[in-house]
Ligand binder design. Structure first.
Ligand SMILES: *Cc1c(COP(=O)(O)O)cnc(C)c1O
Length: 402
């Protein structure tokens, strides 16, 4: 079989790219290379492999053929099938975030990051790296370019974006921030987990590095923890031989194999997540016991226009606020759901609910919630692949009982 054409569409690429079935007895599903090392004919053969060690399999910490298949597919999504874009899978989303940050910064540098980045990313920058290497990070809301301009100093080496943010669903204007950063020689990275490389293409908008938690939609079945970094070939080779090889946050081949399985259905899963989330969000928005809904796909979202400009679709994670601060009633709603299971994470086949107050209350008294813009009744739901009417019925019943 010949490789897919350069202009093949994403669904076709996910089905065929990176898979040479003639090498595997025609097996329609590629084999799992569950091995740590690869062996060679002779001295010259292994010597030649070392010359090209970011591409040729020698040892699975750097290259594994099963992992390469998933990496090629993801790179083709993010890079519109350009040969200059490469992806490297990592052991988790945080392994991708930490490797990408370390690629960009050194001791004493300054970083500008959006305030609502993923919690552990915030912690990594603001607490861990500040303490360990004296990294100074300024956090900005990220809703206007001026906020970035004002925060940049002569020591700024990196700007960290997450759009939409998976905590509060606010967006950044990716093209504008990328242009500003380029004009000042500052590197940019974005956590693109919410939109996925199918619905948002930050590298095409001038961003240098894109990271994802593959534990969410790329995996999609709540059966893997993994991550991915995507960028130019040159940058990705540097990351592979430095942060990749030295930190060793390597993905297991079995996990990569599952991700390849998942990528084949990415676009149909996302279509359904989007359709379901739109219907659920529209229902919640009209409900008298809901104060507000935070979903970039709703016209009422303050950055709806920007979202339509820079994304080609919306996914299934959204937030809403119950119209009460009474913890007894909030728990009655939360505990009363049937199809929305209680749990963290998101992006899998199943619908989930989480209340951020469960985490906040461990560090803050409820009296301080208001000044920080947090509410006891804030809910975050991941709308899964179940039937939308059933999901709405579930929410409706529990709201009635609240
Ligand atoms: C889950 C998540 C991560 C971290 O990914 P892991 O695979 O859990 O390490 C990073 N960013 C966002 C937005 C996430 O939701």
């Amino acid at each position: 079989m010949r490789p897919p054409k350069k202009d093949a569409s994403p669904d076709t690429l996910m089905a065929h790219l990176g898979e040479d079935r003639s090498q595997y007895d025609g097996a329609v599903v590629p084999p799992l290379f569950q091995n740590s090392l690869f062996t060679f004919k002779d001295w010259d053969d292994i010597d030649a492999a070392f010359e090209d060690r970011t591409n040729r399999p020698i040892y699975t910490r750097l290259v594994n053929p099963t992992t390469r298949i998933a990496e090629k597919k993801i790179a083709s999504l993010a890079g519109n099938n350009s040969p200059d874009i490469e992806a490297r899978l990592t052991a988790s989303g945080m392994a991708a975030v930490s490797a990408a940050v370390f690629h960009a910064v050194s001791a004493g540098d300054h970083v500008v990051a959006v305030k609502n980045v993923y919690g552990p990313t915030n912690n990594f920058l603001n607490s861990y790296l500040r303490r360990k290497i004296g990294l100074d990070t300024t956090f900005v809301p990220g809703t206007s370019l001026e906020q970035f301009e004002e925060a940049i100093t002569p020591k700024t080496k990196l700007i960290v974006l997450e759009s939409p943010s998976s905590a509060v669903f606010s967006l950044q204007n990716i093209t504008e921030v990328a242009q500003l950063a380029r004009s000042k020689g500052i590197l940019t990275m974005i956590d693109n987990t919410w939109a996925t490389p199918l619905y948002q293409k930050p590298l095409q908008m001038g961003i240098d590095l894109e990271v994802h938690s593959a534990s969410k939609y790329l995996g999609g079945h709540s059966d893997v923890v993994g991550g991915v970094i995507i960028g130019s070939k040159e940058r990705m080779q540097a990351i592979a031989t430095q942060e990749g090889e030295l930190f060793g946050g390597t993905i297991a081949p079995w996990t990569s194999w599952l991700i390849t399985r998942s990528l084949r259905t990415l676009s149909m899963r996302l279509e359904r997540h989007q359709k379901n989330a739109m219907e659920v969000a529209a229902f919640l928005e009209k409900h008298p016991k809901i104060r507000q809904v935070r979903y970039p796909g709703l016209k009422s979202h303050p950055q709806y226009e920007l979202g339509c400009q820079q994304m080609s679709g919306f996914t299934g994670l959204l937030g809403f606020e119950l119209d009460t601060d009474d913890l007894f009633r909030i728990k009655r709603f939360f505990n009363g759901l049937n199809y929305f299971q209680i749990g963290v994470s998101w992006g899998g086949h199943e619908s989930l609910i989480y209340a951020p107050a469960i985490s906040y209350l461990k560090e803050l008294p409820p009296e301080r919630f208001k000044e920080l813009g947090i509410s006891m009744g804030d809910m975050r739901i991941s709308v899964g692949l179940e039937d939308a009417a059933d999901l709405i019925g579930d929410l409706s019943d529990s709201l009635d009982a609240m």
